[in-house]
Write a protein that binds this ligand. Structure first.
Ligand SMILES: N[C@@H](CCC(=O)N[C@@H](CS)C(=O)NCC(=O)O)C(=O)O
Length: 223
């Protein structure tokens, strides 16, 4: 771990550096958590681990050697979905308090992770690694068309208002290659509606600033 943890604030870990050109900057999943904290008005610190040299301490906090993971008081958890739900429990802005609204927020959060991202990530990976045929395309198109049907009928997934489920679904859908696969106007309008939120803009700018600074420092050392 890079820094000592003398803070009461919620701490979000991300990578110290990622590649800027054709890299994941702007999509590293700590962004989801920064964004949720910004929506909820929760103070947070961001700390880093190395992508290239993963330490035993990193694995002790994230058993797959990934990011993000968080510490909030005595709670230390990984998986962006679990971290988001933890943050959402702190603020009605992210999750309605009525039983139906709360249950439906959980449902759509898991759907984004387990019914859309579980297909979209392997599909995207096959695309960027240049597979001649991507056998997941039909499966992904079918899932995306169901989402399109739902978003054609309503502005938000739950309770006629923004929730953490929209944050996650929009984050899963906003990947450029996925947006370019077919024509889904309701999904596109939804992605724009959700990512135009000031909290997303702030979290996105902060992540990009972090990785741009890290990249500049690395290039300076390399010269
Ligand atoms: N299911 C995990 C996936 C985490 C994940 O894929 N993290 C990426 C960054 S966004 C990562 O750490 N990649 C490096 C690696 O897998 O070694 C979550 O949602 O937290």
């Amino acid at each position: 771990m890079c820094e000592t943890e003398m803070t009461d604030k919620l701490v979000i870990w991300t990578f110290e550096w990622v590649r800027m050109t054709n890299g994941p900057a702007g999509f590293v999943r700590d962004l989801r958590l920064r964004w949720a904290c910004e929506e909820a008005g929760i103070d947070y610190d961001v700390k880093t681990v190395s992508l290239q040299e993963k330490t035993p301490e990193h694995f002790s906090r994230q058993p797959f050697g990934q990011v993000p993971f968080i510490k909030d008081g005595e709670i230390e958890i990984f998986e962006s979905g679990a971290c988001l739900l933890h943050i959402a429990r702190k603020s009605e802005v992210l999750m309605p308090r009525d039983p139906v609204g709360e249950a439906e927020t959980l449902q759509w959060t898991i759907a984004a992770l387990n019914s859309v991202e579980t297909i979209s990530v392997p599909w995207w990976f096959l695309e960027v690694t240049g597979a001649k045929e991507n056998g997941l395309t039909g499966w992904l198109e079918s899932r995306l068309s169901f989402v399109e049907g739902i978003l054609g009928e309503r502005e938000w997934l739950v309770s006629d208002r923004f929730t953490v489920a929209d944050l996650l679904m929009a984050d899963v859908l906003r990947v450029a290659k996925i947006r370019a696969l077919g024509d889904r106007p309701a999904s596109e309008a939804y992605i724009q509606r959700v990512t135009n939120r000031p909290a997303f803009q702030k979290a996105y700018a902060a992540q990009m600033a972090h990785f741009e600074a890290a990249d500049a420092a690395r290039n300076k050392i390399g010269t």
